[in-house]
Design a protein. Sequence first.
Length: 232
Amino acid sequence: MTDRTRWASGLGAAALLALALAGCDAGERVPLDEAIEVEPEAPAETLEVSPLVGLERDLDARILDAEQVLYGRVVALEHALSADDGPDTMVLPHTFVTFEVLTPIKGGAAGDLVTLRFLGGPWGDGTECISPDIPRFEVGEEVLAFAAHNGEYGCPLVGGRHGVVRLEGDDPTVEEAVGLVRDRAWAVHSRDELAAASVPSVDPATPFAIDAVRPVTPRFTAPTPIEEGEGR
């Protein structure tokens, strides 16, 4: 059986549809060897200046919107095309990112493996579909992830690219950042809510279709822009 997904992201259905047709069509595919060097125009948040700048902003809202919050390591990347399941579906590349949970914050347990599905990836002909608003990952990197609606939208993170914060495993500020998110999770959720929370993993081997008709925009809370002079 093919899973049918109504396709949208934090940008809204129309924006993602335009993105797919403009940047991921046969006429404007990016050669794979060039795509590897392409940096997104709007990268995911980092801790280059401080672990708290940007992370604290709208943190409670991100935690509440997330089905699961974890600090984890990327252990596997897999790719698959969505199925051609009729005239109202779109065939698009997707990347399946598997995280090993290092520190569970909202839901899950240490050692769990969680696989999230993201729009974008190789077509299989040497070209690649890239979205500047959907983060890309590398095996071995460690991130804070605010996951929700996995397998339902183009990006299974709260607020799209704002739903992941990249950390360096040997950085002494990692413990501070993870501790901050954990403390806020305890403040906005009960013990039972935290224990019961989880985001379902998706299986790359299970066929899925992207329904481009009547797409639904997820109810994500977009972070407030950082004012000029605040720094990152």
